[in-house]
Design a protein around this ligand. Structure first.
Ligand code: HEC
Length: 129
């Protein structure tokens, strides 16, 4: 019985550890924000960074560095429409580096629009349209 108690305690601790291991941005936010954060971790973080600061593991040797999505001032100048176009059709479509891939074959139109809203959330530049 005591052994069971200890095992149960261990399970509670483990569950707690898993529960707290969420991306900082997912938290108690809306389901769309959480879903976009999850997609970002899968597809974008390798370049744009787990911290959303443009310092992903895959940036070594990139001749153009990925955008720092946590940069409020820098991101404020990026209209939502341009974000959507850049994400859908790649950097080349908005006269930026083609090192930024096109995602329209991977993400749905709605997921890309939600991603733009997520980026506006991440940069804390709520005025970007
Ligand atoms: C292979 C690396 C790589 C991946 C993966 C990547 N990006 Fe990028 N991204 C870049 C680079 C490099 C730039 C900078 C382009 C420039 O400034 O010329 C960029 C720029 C951007 C920009 C700014 C475009 C602009 O007009 O300034 C947005 C928005 C963006 N990325 C979103 C995303 C999203 C969302 C994902 C995931 C779905 C993603 N990126 C995945 C490399 C990447």
């Amino acid at each position: 019985m005591i052994r069971f108690g200890i095992a149960a305690l261990g399970l509670v601790a483990l569950t707690g550890a898993i529960a707290t291991h969420q991306p900082a941005t997912a938290g108690s936010e809306s389901p769309k924000i959480a879903a976009s954060a999850h997609l970002y971790d899968i597809y974008c973080a390798q370049c744009h960074g787990v911290q959303r600061n443009g310092k992903g593991v895959n940036t070594v040797g990139l001749s153009v560095q990925p955008r720092d999505h946590s940069d409020t001032a820098g991101m404020s100048s990026l209209p939502r429409d341009q974000m959507i176009k850049a994400i859908s059709e790649g950097g080349g479509s908005v006269n930026k580096s083609a090192l930024m891939p096109a995602w329209s074959a991977v993400l749905s139109k709605e997921q890309i629009e939600d991603m733009a809203d997520y980026l506006i959330y991440v940069c804390k530049c709520g005025t970007a349209q």
